[in-house]
Design a binder for this molecule. Structure first.
Ligand SMILES: [Zn+2]
Length: 153
């Protein structure tokens, strides 16, 4: 199983993918992410870009095992052994399906606070793809800090 996204299609959506830019309907202020050509609330077709905070919580989740993992994530599964995916409720309102990082399946729970981080996704057509994964705030708080480098005197 592969979820193929061509390089031109991937590059065309980088702003949306890496900066979490939503579409705010000019008629009714509904936020949609990912962007859609028509507002799901009022049918309007005029939007203004609105960056999202990248903060939210787990609405639902799953842990993908073994042969059911899309082939582009084979390398990650070999390294971490786990592929965790969640439906997230962002603080601004939109829900999205996203990959999780820095969490084990037994730590997943509905309502767990998460925050977006740019991470390596997979290699496809010889190009390393990066995108957002969501990391539990607890994991961000307990990660070891990098040592501060000082300039030689
Ligand atoms: Zn609308």
């Amino acid at each position: 199983m592969t979820s193929y996204i061509s390089l031109p299609q991937f590059e065309a959506t980088l702003d949306e993918r890496l900066r979490l830019v939503a579409a705010k309907c000019d008629a009714c202020d509904t936020l949609t992410y990912p962007k859609r050509p028509i507002c799901p609330s009022c049918g309007g077709d005029a939007f203004t870009d609105q960056p999202l905070s990248g903060k939210g919580e787990i609405y639902s989740f799953t842990h993908i095992l073994g042969a059911t993992v899309p082939s582009e994530f084979d390398e990650e599964q070999q390294i971490s052994g786990d592929v965790c995916v969640a439906v997230l409720q962002l603080d601004e309102g939109p829900r999205l399906i996203a990959r999780l990082a820095d969490v084990t399946p037994d730590a997943l729970e509905i309502g767990l606070r998460v925050e977006a981080r740019v991470r390596k996704l997979y290699d496809q057509e010889g190009v390393q793809r990066y995108g957002l994964k969501f990391v539990p705030l607890q994991a961000l708080g307990v990660l070891p800090r990098r040592p501060v480098r000082t300039r030689p005197a």
